[in-house]
Design a binder for this molecule. Structure first.
Ligand code: DO4
Ligand code: MG
Length: 300
């Protein structure tokens, strides 16, 4: 059995952080105010806090899952870390050589993806931009890092992106990557001591439209061109993350240029032993994602 750390709403409507065996409908509470506080702990203390909570007899009902990120914790992402991603960017871009150069370079591509409050969890909507002709899901394994730059867990990220906006000019990357509903994480995170080989995990994706699968694929973390620690080291090189950071590690699954993610499509991303992240697509209009704002009623 694998256990996972989750952020969730309890019966009283309060947001809690807990740990549970995957598939359980109850969780053991962690003695922290939020996940960002958990991420201030060093790896050994953090993992033993989780393992001790699992031994406690008291459990709380999990009414609804929330994305495993809050408060000061940021989400960053790496790009062009798989051959397939390099080939896809070369095909879509007017500047193909920037992608082959970054694939081979010592310094990886790292970019800011989201503040915590904008992230959506499993079962919540993801967004597509109306000014983008080609939208795609990007199924990725994401590293959960504490404030000390240590990898303490793993989760799933859908780095939803506009291929046409980035393809027009690489300087448009922030607009191609950051908009309402462009970052989904979850369902929870699996502590690193639960993962036997982080370089042997299958990542799969399926997109359904009107009940039919219109794109599916699978890859393995074995196909990654870089080491996970290398990405984390670069990210922490000249920046501190007092509430830890989630670092998505790039996609190895990109559909053909004819594929365009559209409103009402359902995207499922699965990673062996980590879980399944499921999100339905809606328009990324400003009004459609107001429920994400702090203190707004979270939509379900
Ligand atoms: O360079 C653009 C983005 C790459 C990316 O997000 C990926 O490879 O996953
Ligand atoms: Mg990506």
């Amino acid at each position: 059995m694998t256990h996972e750390v989750i952020r969730f709403v309890d019966k009283g409507g309060d947001v809690k952080v807990g740990v549970r065996e995957q598939g359980e409908t109850t969780a053991h509470l962690l003695a922290v105010e939020n996940l960002a506080q958990l991420f201030t702990l060093e790896k050994s203390a953090l993992l033993s806090t989780i393992n001790k909570a699992l031994e406690s007899a008291s459990v709380t009902d999990v009414v609804r899952l929330l994305p495993p990120v809050d408060d000061l914790t940021e989400v960053w992402a790496a790009g062009v870390t798989y051959k397939r991603s390099r080939a896809a960017r070369e095909e879509e871009s007017d500047q193909p050589d920037v992608y082959s150069r970054v694939y081979e370079a010592a310094r990886p591509e790292l970019f800011f993806k989201s503040v915590a409050w904008r992230v959506v969890g499993t079962g919540e909507p993801i967004g597509v931009r109306s000014d983008s002709a080609i939208n795609a899901p990007e199924p990725e394994i994401a590293l959960v890092c504490n404030a000390h730059g240590e990898i303490v867990g793993v989760t799933i990220c859908n780095d939803v992106s506009s291929r046409s906006i980035e393809g027009e000019n690489p300087l448009y990357l922030p607009q191609a990557k950051i908009y309402s509903g462009s970052c989904a994480l979850g369902p929870g995170f699996v502590p690193i001591d639960q993962i036997s080989d982080i370089y042997d995990l299958e990542i799969s994706v399926a997109v359904k439209r009107d009940g039919e699968i219109i794109w599916e694929g699978a890859t393995s973390t074995r196909e990654m061109h870089r080491r996970f620690e290398e990405l984390v080291d670069y990210l922490f090189l000249h920046m501190s993350f007092p509430g830890g950071v989630i670092l998505s590690t790039g996609t190895g699954l990109v559909p053909s240029m004819e594929f365009n993610l559209t409103t009402d499509d359902e995207v499922t991303v699965g990673i062996t032993n980590i879980g399944t992240l499921v999100n339905k697509v809606r328009s990324a209009n400003r009004k459609d994602f107001v429920w994400l704002r702090p203190n707004a009623d979270r939509l379900m």
